[in-house]
Design a protein around this ligand. Structure first.
Ligand SMILES: Cc1ncc(COP(=O)(O)O)c(C=O)c1O
Length: 384
């Protein structure tokens, strides 16, 4: 047996093809780099990771104990119906548990939703640039991606997205706030957009960053659109709730949609630890909100500081010329550095700070602790 450590397909000439040819060109999902590895490489006591939109304040109280207790039963399968967690979510969000499906992170639910709606050749519409998993999910499901370029302010161009809907469209992702640009859609424009979408097209409102939204005009999808038959709201416990490593997310949709997704979900993908950790985290909503408020205060400070360093310039000039640093309602900020994005991220990395570049477009910087953000600003000062 030969092994390859590369993620590139190993295509020896003459060997029969065992996997789909169309997947060769698919980009890999890029995880944030490990800070421990970088620190080792640079000979630093530690490195700072501002690349994966995690909250920097550790587990919520009681989560570690609940997980430790739960895993004493880990020789048994977890509850496949995820009943206790679904009822806790139902109670917290004021919806019927039948309308909830859980998954191995909300990214898995996004994939299940595409599988539940699309046959090969059906179309999935989304804004671009947005969450990097959308094109991967569409392609692996055999659906066709229809990417609608972001508007000049780095947000969704809803009019163009509405115009991109055809009779092959089955699903539309609306990422609010948008990853990686942090921009968000307001109630009036979303109302208008949803009014144009045909009844048989599912709109997936991906609200992974909902808990960081402070603009009252940015609607809570569950409250405002929860009862629209063709809307599904996606949420995660990875961000504000601090459970990225346990892998648990949920959706709220109409009972038939949620039931279909529960059929599509890989059996037992909500592990014993994830279910117990999520239940314990949900009991700490006040502490979650307190931590989000710290993140929001730091986000606003970072945006102000970064706008001074990257003032808006003439559109199309690249870098600071791409309109400056956009408003963010999430726990990250977007630096539209254009071609300077990768060199900027590399220079930050050389100073022990991991950020996330999108080549030729911009750099996404997660909001960390005040000290981490200061370290990033100092690095940015020496790089810019
Ligand atoms: C917009 C968006 N949706 C979904 C996810 C998936 O989160 P998870 O699978 O950890 O729940 C992410 C993660 O970065 C995201 O940014």
């Amino acid at each position: 047996m030969t092994g390859s450590t590369s993620s590139a397909p190993d295509r020896r000439s003459g060997a029969p093809r065992l996997t789909r040819a169309d997947l060769d060109a698919l980009p890999n999902y890029v995880p944030g780099r490990s800070p421990a590895d970088l620190a080792r490489e640079l000979g630093l006591p530690e490195a700072i990771k501002l690349a994966s939109n995690e909250v920097p304040y550790g587990l919520l109280p009681g989560v570690a104990e609940a997980v430790t207790e739960a895993v004493t039963e880990a020789h048994r399968y977890p509850d496949m119906g995820v009943l206790a967690l679904r009822s806790a979510l139902a109670e917290r969000y004021g919806v019927d548990a039948e309308r909830i499906a859980t998954g191995c992170g909300s990214v898995a639910l996004a994939e299940h939703l595409v599988r539940a709606t699309c046959l090969p050749g059906d179309e999935v519409v989304y804004s671009w640039r947005s969450f990097e998993a959308y094109p991967i999910i569409a392609a692996t499901s055999g659906a066709t991606s229809v990417r609608v370029p972001n508007d000049a302010g780095h947000g969704h161009d809803l009019a163009a997205m509405a115009a991109a809907v055809t009779d092959r469209t089955r699903l539309i992702f609306v990422c609010n706030p948008n990853n990686p640009t942090g921009t968000s859609l307001r109630r009036a424009e979303l109302d208008r957009f949803l009014g144009t979408v045909p009844d048989d097209v599912l709109v997936v409102l991906d609200e992974a960053y909902r808990e960081f939204v402070t603009d009252p005009e940015v609607p809570d999808g569950l409250v405002t659109y929860g009862d629209r038959p063709n809307v599904v709201v996606l949420r995660t416990l990875s961000k504000a709730w601090g459970l990225a490593g346990l892998r648990i997310g949920f959706l709220v949709g109409q009972p038939e949609v949620a039931a279909t997704v529960r059929k599509v979900v890989t059996p037992f993908s909500a592990s014993l630890a994830a279910q117990a950790g999520a239940l314990a985290a949900l009991a700490e909503a006040d502490e979650m909100r307190r931590r989000c408020a710290l993140v929001v205060a730091e986000r606003d400070r970072m945006i102000e500081a970064l706008r001074k360093r990257l003032p808006a310039g003439p559109a199309g000039a690249g870098g600071a010329g791409s309109g400056g640093v956009p408003e963010s309602q999430a726990n990250f900020v977007w630096l539209p550095l254009g071609d300077a994005s990768v060199p900027f991220a590399q220079a930050c990395e050389a100073r022990g700070i991991i950020v996330r570049p999108f080549a030729g477009e911009g750099v996404r910087v997660t909001i960390g602790t005040p000290a981490e953000n200061d370290a990033f600003l100092a690095a940015a000062d020496s790089v810019l």
